[in-house]
Design a binder for this molecule. Structure first.
Ligand code: IFM
Length: 758
C-alpha cells in the first residue's frame, strides 16, 4: 500500500486544510502541516496537550507554543516563500506509516536562479518532548544565501496571546525560551539545538534565532538539522533543564537513529491494529490514515488528559475532551492498545471532582460530567456558545446544561473498557465511584411520572444537537438504563469479590439506600419503543415535527454558515437532525433490538440526517454494516474514513471556526471495520462475530485484544479465521448463535454461510 498523502500544488486557499491533513503529533504535542517559512497568518500551530489558559479575551483554550521549526531562505534580500516567490515545483507529503512530513519546493528567483528547499520533520514517539527537522537547500549555481532559523514567538492563537512573559536563555549551544501562561503561570520551555552538516556557514546569533550565511556550491546541498524540545511543567520539574537535556540527547543520537526509531515505533502501532483490506487499496489507505490521525493525538504517556475533539491540530472546541472519546475513540484502543485505553478512561476517573461540582452547580447530586472537559475536569463550555450571524448577538445554547447523556457515556466507556480488557483494577482506582455517582446524578435528575409509574428524563439534549431541551430522548434514556445496570453489576461484583472495598465505597459514598433507588430507576425507566412502523421516536413529539427533505431545508437558508439548530435555527421545528441519535443507540446497544427494527430506523432517519457533525457518518456506516446493508455501509465508511483527506466537513457554526482533524470520525472508522463489517463484539465471556464484507473486499484482516490476549482475524466471503497469537486462555467465540472455542495459540476456522450483503 502507498502510505503517502501528497499535495503537489501550492494554493493559498488550501493552507488551512493542508495544515490539518498533514498534521503530525505524538500525544504530547501536535504540529500542523504548515511550511517552515509560514507564520501565524498561515495558522502555524504547535499545540500542546494539558496546558490551558484563559487570557480574558474569550474562552480557555490549549496553548500554542512558539514555533521551533521556523526557518526560511533569504536570497538577494528577499525571503523565499511559497506565499510570494515564483514556484517551479512544489510537493508536500505526509508519510503516515512513520509520521514524517516532507516538503520540496523549487523556487525560481527574480534573477532566474533555481533554489530548492527540502525539509523533513517528525514528532518523536521515542521522546515525546522532541520535534526534529532536517532542512536542506540546493542551488544549480554557486550562490550566496542566508538561512534564517529560530523559534518564532509571534504565534497564532484563536483568543490571542497566552504568555505573560518570556525569558530567552542560552546554555551549552541550546537556545530557547521559557514562557509563562497568563492564568496559572505555568512554565513551558521551547529550546533548539542546531547542527549544520556540510558545508559550514557563518552564524550570526539573534535574540531567538540566528542567520546563517552560506556560500552554496552548485548542486551541493547545505544541510542543517534542528532538535527542538518542548517541555511543560506538568511533567518536567525544571522545564529548561529538561529541554536542554532533550536537545543534547537528541543531537547525540543523531537524526538518522531517531528516524529509524520513529519508523519502528509507528510500525508497532500499525502491527497492533493489523489492518489489511485485500481488494480495496483506497479503503485500506483511508482507514489506516484515520488510525494515524487518532494515534497522533493519543496520550500514551499520561492519564491527565484524553483526546480533544480536534485532536492536537489546534485550539478548536477549546481543545476540550468530549463524549467523542468514550463512544468513538475508546473502542479502537480498548481492543488494540489497552494501555492507551486505560489512560483515556482514567482521565474521567481522575476528574470526578469536576463532575461533582457541575452536578451541584445545577442543583443535582452525584456526577454530571462536562460537555467540554479540560485538564481540570471542569466544563469549558460557555452558556453563550454561538453567535447569531444575522444579529451578531450571542445565543444562549444548552450544550453545557442539558447534555446529561455525557455521564452515561462516561459509564459506557468504563464498562466497555472492562468488558474488553477484563481489567477490573480500575474499579479500585476510582471507577466504581464514578459509575455509582453517575447513576446517582440520574436518579436526582429523574422525574417520576405518577399514573404511568415510570421515570422520565425531561428537558435534555440528546446526541442530535439541533433539538435542544426535549423530553425523553431515546439515546439518553437507554444509556441511563445502562448506567443503572452497570451500577447494580458493580455493586454485586464488589459485594461478592471485594467485600472490603464494597463496604468502603458504600460507606464513603453513603450509598446504602441509593442502591434501591437505582434498582427502581433501572426497572422503571421509560424507554421509547418502536411504534407500529417500528420507528423509535427520537424524543417526545419528534414525529409530529415538520417532515421535509434536507434539500427543502437548505433552500430556506438565507446566509452561508447560518446555524441550523437551537434556539432558532431552521432545523429546530423539523425532523431534520444534525447527527446519528437513534441510530447511535441501535448500533451501540444492538442486542436490545431486532435487525428489522434497526433496518426500519436506519431507513427512516437516514434521509433526515444532515451529518452536520463529523460524529455521524461513521455511525450510519456502523449500523448499516451490522445489519448487512453493506453497500450503504461502504459509502458511509468512505465518507467517515476520508473526512480529513477530502475536507468535506463544516468549517463554521455561525461565526465559530470548527476546522481541524476529526478523531471521533477516525475512531468511528475503526469501529465500522471491526464492529461493523466483521461484527466483532465483546461479550461477558467471549466475543461475537457477524461478518458482512463489502462486495469488492476479498479479505479483511485485523487484530484485537480480549481479556489480555491478542488475536488475529482474517475474514473472506466464506471463512472466518481467528488466530490466538499470544493467547493465554481459550477464547469463546459466538457466530450465528453457535459457540466455538479458539484454543490458546491455535487457529479457529469457521465456514460461514452465504453472507452476501444487501
Ligand atoms: O461532541 C460533539 C457533538 O456531538 C457534536 N458537535 C461537536 C462535538 C465535538 O466533536
Amino acid at each position: 500500500m502507498n502510505w503517502k498523502i501528497e499535495d503537489k500544488e501550492y494554493k493559498k486557499e488550501k493552507i488551512e486544510f493542508i495544515g490539518n491533513k498533514m498534521c503530525i503529533g505524538n500525544g504530547y504535542f501536535g504540529y500542523r502541516g504548515t511550511l517552515e517559512e509560514y507564520g501565524k497568518e498561515q495558522l502555524v500551530a504547535c499545540t500542546v496537550s494539558e496546558i490551558f489558559d484563559d487570557n480574558g479575551n474569550g474562552w480557555r483554550e490549549p496553548v500554542n507554543v512558539p514555533n521551533g521549526l521556523y526557518t526560511w531562505v533569504e536570497y538577494e534580500e528577499k525571503k523565499l516563500s511559497v506565499l510570494e516567490t515564483k514556484i517551479e515545483k512544489h510537493v508536500q507529503e505526509l508519510h503516515f506509516d512513520t509520521g514524517i512530513h516532507r516538503r520540496k519546493t523549487v523556487f525560481s528567483t527574480e534573477d532566474g536562479q533555481r533554489i530548492t528547499v527540502e525539509a523533513e520533520r517528525f514528532a518523536s514517539l521515542e521522546d515525546i518532548h522532541l520535534l526534529v527537522m532536517r532542512y536542506q537547500v540546493t542551488a544549480d549555481k554557486d550562490l550566496d544565501i542566508k538561512i534564517h532559523t529560530g523559534i518564532d514567538d509571534d504565534i497564532w492563537n484563536i483568543n490571542g496571546n497566552h504568555f505573560k512573559n518570556k525569558e530567552y536563555i542560552e546554555k551549552d549551544g541550546v537556545t530557547g525560551m521559557i514562557c509563562k501562561t497568563i492564568e496559572n503561570t505555568a512554565n513551558i520551555a521551547v529550546a533548539e539545538k542546531k547542527q549544520a552538516l556540510s558545508p559550514e556557514g557563518k552564524t550570526e546569533n539573534l535574540k531567538n534565532g540566528s542567520v546563517i550565511h552560506v556560500k552554496l556550491k552548485k548542486s551541493v546541498p547545505y544541510v542543517m538539522e534542528k532538535y527542538i524540545a518542548i517541555c511543560k511543567e506538568t511533567d518536567c520539574t525544571d522545564v529548561w533543564e529538561a529541554a536542554v537535556n532533550c536537545c543534547q540527547q537528541a543531537e547525540q543520537k543523531g537524526y538518522d537513529r531517531l528516524k529509524a526509531k520513529q519508523k519502528a515505533l509507528w510500525g508497532k502501532r500499525y502491527e497492533k491494529l493489523g489492518i489489511e483490506i485485500e481488494g480495496d487499496e483506497e479503503a485500506e489507505k483511508a482507514v489506516l490514515y484515520s488510525a494515524y490521525l487518532l494515534y497522533s493525538s493519543a496520550p500514551e504517556h499520561t492519564d491527565r488528559v484524553a483526546i480533544p475533539a480536534r485532536g492536537l491540530s489546534g485550539q478548536v472546541y477549546k481543545g476540550a475532551m468530549f463524549w467523542d472519546t468514550e463512544i468513538y475513540m475508546l473502542p479502537m484502543f480498548a481492543f488494540c492498545d489497552p494501555k492507551i485505553a486505560r489512560n483515556l478512561v482514567m482521565y474521567r476517573v481522575k476528574n470526578l471532582q469536576g463532575a461533582y461540582e457541575k452536578a451541584s452547580e445545577y442543583g443535582y447530586e452525584g456526577a454530571f460530567y462536562p460537555w467540554e472537559s479540560q485538564e481540570t475536569g471542569r466544563d469549558g463550555c460557555t452558556h453563550y456558545n454561538l453567535t447569531d450571524i444575522f444579529t451578531g448577538r450571542k445565543m444562549r445554547t444548552y450544550f453545557r446544561d442539558k447534555q446529561i447523556h455525557i455521564s452515561a457515556d462516561v459509564v459506557y466507556g468504563l464498562w466497555k473498557y472492562m468488558n474488553v480488557t477484563k481489567d477490573n483494577s480500575i474499579l479500585k482506582e476510582g471507577a466504581a465511584e464514578v459509575i455509582l455517582e453517575c447513576a446517582r446524578f440520574f436518579w436526582s435528575y429523574a422525574y417520576y411520572k405518577k399514573g404511568k409509574e415510570q421515570y422520565e428524563f425531561l428537558d435534555v439534549t440528546g446526541a442530535d444537537e439541533y433539538h435542544e431541551r426535549v423530553n425523553n430522548d431515546a439515546y439518553t434514556n437507554y444509556m441511563i438504563r445502562l448506567t443503572a445496570k452497570a451500577t447494580l453489576d458493580v455493586i454485586s461484583y464488589l459485594k461478592s469479590k471485594e467485600p472490603e472495598m464494597y463496604k468502603k465505597v458504600m460507606d464513603k459514598l453513603d450509598y446504602w439506600k441509593e442502591e434501591e433507588n437505582i434498582r427502581d430507576l433501572y426497572e422503571k425507566i421509560y424507554l421509547p419503543k418502536p411504534n407500529d412502523s417500528l420507528v423509535i421516536e427520537q424524543f417526545d413529539g419528534y414525529l409530529k415535527e415538520e417532515d421535509l427533505s434536507i434539500q427543502e431545508l437548505y433552500s430556506r437558508i438565507i446566509k452561508p454558515n447560518e446555524y441550523l439548530g437551537s434556539p432558532c435555527g431552521l432545523a429546530v421545528n423539523t425532523q431534520i437532525i444534525k447527527q446519528a441519535d437513534v441510530i447511535l443507540l441501535l448500533s451501540l446497544l444492538g442486542s436490545d433490538f431486532t435487525d428489522e427494527v434497526k433496518e426500519k430506523n436506519w431507513s427512516y432517519y437516514e434521509p433526515r440526517t444532515e451529518h452536520g457533525s463529523s460524529l455521524s457518518t461513521c455511525i450510519y456506516a456502523l449500523l448499516a454494516a451490522q445489519i448487512g446493508k453493506t453497500e450503504w455501509a461502504y459509502q458511509y465508511l468512505m465518507k467517515a474514513a476520508q473526512i480529513d483527506l477530502t475536507g468535506d466537513y463544516k468549517l463554521y457554526l455561525g461565526d465559530l471556526y470548527i476546522g481541524g482533524t476529526h478523531p471521533a470520525a477516525n475512531g468511528g472508522t475503526w469501529m465500522v471495520l471491526t464492529q461493523g463489517f466483521a461484527g466483532l463484539e465483546a461479550e461477558e465471556d467471549g466475543v461475537h462475530f457477524s461478518p458482512h464484507l463489502p462486495e469488492k473486499w476479498r479479505k479483511l484482516k485485523f487484530r484485537f485484544n480480549y481479556g489480555g490476549s491478542r488475536y488475529r482475524v482474517e475474514i473472506t466471503k466464506d471463512i472466518l479465521k481467528i488466530i490466538g497469537e499470544d493467547a493465554a486462555k481459550e477464547l469463546r467465540v459466538t457466530y450465528m448463535g453457535n459457540i466455538y472455542t479458539c484454543s490458546a495459540g491455535s487457529t479457529l476456522k469457521i465456514q460461514m454461510e452465504n453472507r452476501e450483503g444487501k
